[in-house]
Design a protein around this ligand. Structure first.
Ligand SMILES: *Cc1c(COP(=O)(O)O)cnc(C)c1O
Length: 364
C-alpha cells in the first residue's frame, strides 16, 4: 500500500462549535427570561476541552461550574470571564485560591463553614435526597444561627437531583418539595442569593425546578441524559485513520483470543486507537466505524492501542475513520452496548487524544 500526500496521521476529537451553539440556543429556549445558565464544565468539559468551548459558551453561559478548584484555576487561565462555582467541599489546602481567582465556593457542612473566610462568596448546598454532599434540610435552623454568628450570608442556595433524567420521578418531586419548602426561608434570610437545583434532567423534564438558575452539563454537549429523542446535537466526533491494511483469507483469526475469524477473503484495516485511548474493550466486535464513507464492522478484540475492521473491498492506508459522530455511531449507542452512560464514554476519551474545534457549518 502506498501512502499519498493527503493521508491523515492523527487521531483526534473534533469539537463542533456550531452544534454547541445550537444546543445552547435550544436549552435557552426552555428557560425563563431571568433564569441564569450555569454551564457545567467539570472533567475538562466532559472530555471536550473547556478552553475550546469558551468562545461560544461565553455568549450563553452566565456561570461556569467545575468539580475542583484546580479545574477552576485552569478555566481562569483559559480566559473564562464569568463567575465560576466550585462544587467540591471547601478545605484548608484550597481555600486561598477562591479569593485569588474570584471563585464561588459551595459549602455543605459545618466543618467547611468553620474554615470559610469572611470575604468569600459561597453557595450553601442542601442534600434533599442525593445522599452525597450538603446539609440536610433539618440543619437549616442551626445553620442560620451559625451564619448570623459569623456575620456571613450565602450568595446562593443549591441542591442536586438524583433521579431527574426521567420525567415524573417521585424522588425528584420529593426533592423539589423539600427545596421549595425552604425557598421562602432562604429568600428572607439572604434576599440577593440565587436558588438553583436542575441538572440537564431537571431542565428538560421539570419546568417548575428552574428557580433562578439551571446547571446543565450533558445536554449542552448534545446528549439527552436518559437517551430520549431531542433536538440536541452531539458536539464531539472522534476521528482516526487506517495505519495499516492487509489482505486476510477466509478462516484466519484477528486479535487476542481469536474471537473473530474471517468468513470470506477480504482486508483487515488497523486503526491506532484502543482501550488505552478510552475505547471500552467491551465494544469489541459490536461497533461499526465509517471508513472512507462506508460503515465497516470492527472485528476481533479491541487491544490497548489498536482495533481492527474488516472489509471485502480493498482499503487504503491513511483513509479517514470516523469512530464517533454523525456519520458513524454516537456516544449513547456505545454506552448502551458497553452497559454505561454517555457521560462515561465522553469523559473516558483519553486526554492524550488531541481536541480540535471546528467552525460553523462543518459536516460535524
Ligand atoms: C455534574 C453536575 C451537573 C450537571 O449534570 P448533567 O446531568 O450533566 O446535566 C449539575 N450540577 C452538579 C452539582 C453536578 O455535579
Amino acid at each position: 500500500m502506498s501512502k499519498n500526500s493527503t493521508v491523515l496521521h492523527e487521531t483526534k476529537a473534533l469539537i463542533s462549535l456550531s452544534n454547541l451553539d445550537h444546543n445552547f440556543k435550544y436549552l435557552r429556549s426552555l428557560t425563563g427570561h431571568n433564569t441564569h445558565i450555569l454551564f457545567v464544565v467539570k472533567a475538562d468539559a466532559y472530555g471536550h476541552k473547556a478552553e475550546l468551548l469558551i468562545p461560544v459558551a461565553e455568549k450563553f453561559a452566565d456561570w461556569y461550574g467545575v468539580a475542583t478548584v484546580k479545574e477552576a484555576v485552569e478555566l481562569r487561565k483559559a480566559n473564562a470571564k464569568q463567575p465560576i462555582l466550585v462544587f467540591e467541599p471547601v478545605n484548608e489546602s484550597t481555600i486561598s485560591h477562591y479569593e485569588a481567582h474570584q471563585l464561588a465556593a459551595v459549602v455543605g457542612s459545618f466543618t467547611e463553614l468553620e474554615i470559610l473566610p469572611q470575604n468569600i462568596s459561597f453557595h450553601l448546598e442542601f442534600d434533599t435526597g442525593m445522599g452525597r454532599l450538603g446539609f440536610y434540610a433539618k440543619d437549616w435552623k442551626s445553620l442560620k444561627s451559625k451564619l448570623i454568628e459569623k456575620k456571613i450570608k450565602p450568595s446562593g442556595y443549591m441542591t442536586h437531583f438524583a433521579d431527574a433524567d426521567e420525567p415524573n420521578s417521585p424522588k425528584t418531586h420529593h426533592q423539589l418539595g423539600i427545596f421549595h419548602a425552604l425557598a421562602d426561608e432562604f429568600r428572607s434570610f439572604a434576599p440577593e442569593a440565587i436558588l438553583h437545583a436542575s441538572n440537564s434532567g431537571g431542565l428538560l423534564n421539570y419546568p417548575d425546578a428552574q428557580f433562578d438558575m439551571v446547571r446543565p452539563g450533558i445536554s449542552v454537549y448534545g446528549y439527552h441524559p436518559a437517551g430520549a429523542d431531542s433536538p440536541l446535537k452531539p458536539v464531539l466526533s472522534l476521528l482516526s485513520y487506517l495505519i495499516a491494511v492487509k489482505p486476510i483469507k477466509k478462516g484466519m483469526a484477528v486479535s487476542y483470543l481469536s474471537k473473530w475469524k474471517a468468513e470470506k477473503d477480504g482486508y483487515v484495516g488497523v486503526i491506532p486507537v484502543g482501550y488505552a485511548d478510552g475505547i471500552p474493550r467491551s465494544l469489541s466486535n459490536k461497533i461499526q466505524v465509517n471508513t472512507a464513507g462506508k460503515m465497516l464492522n470492527q472485528v476481533g478484540v479491541i487491544t490497548m492501542d489498536y482495533m481492527m475492521v474488516f472489509s471485502e473491498e480493498p482499503l487504503t492506508v491513511g483513509s479517514e475513520v470516523e469512530l464517533l459522530g454523525p456519520n458513524s455511531m454516537l456516544a449513547d449507542s456505545w454506552a448502551k452496548i458497553a452497559g454505561t452512560i454517555p457521560y462515561e464514554i465522553l469523559t473516558g476519551i483519553h486526554p492524550k487524544i488531541k481536541r480540535e474545534s471546528i467552525e460553523l457549518n462543518n459536516k460535524y
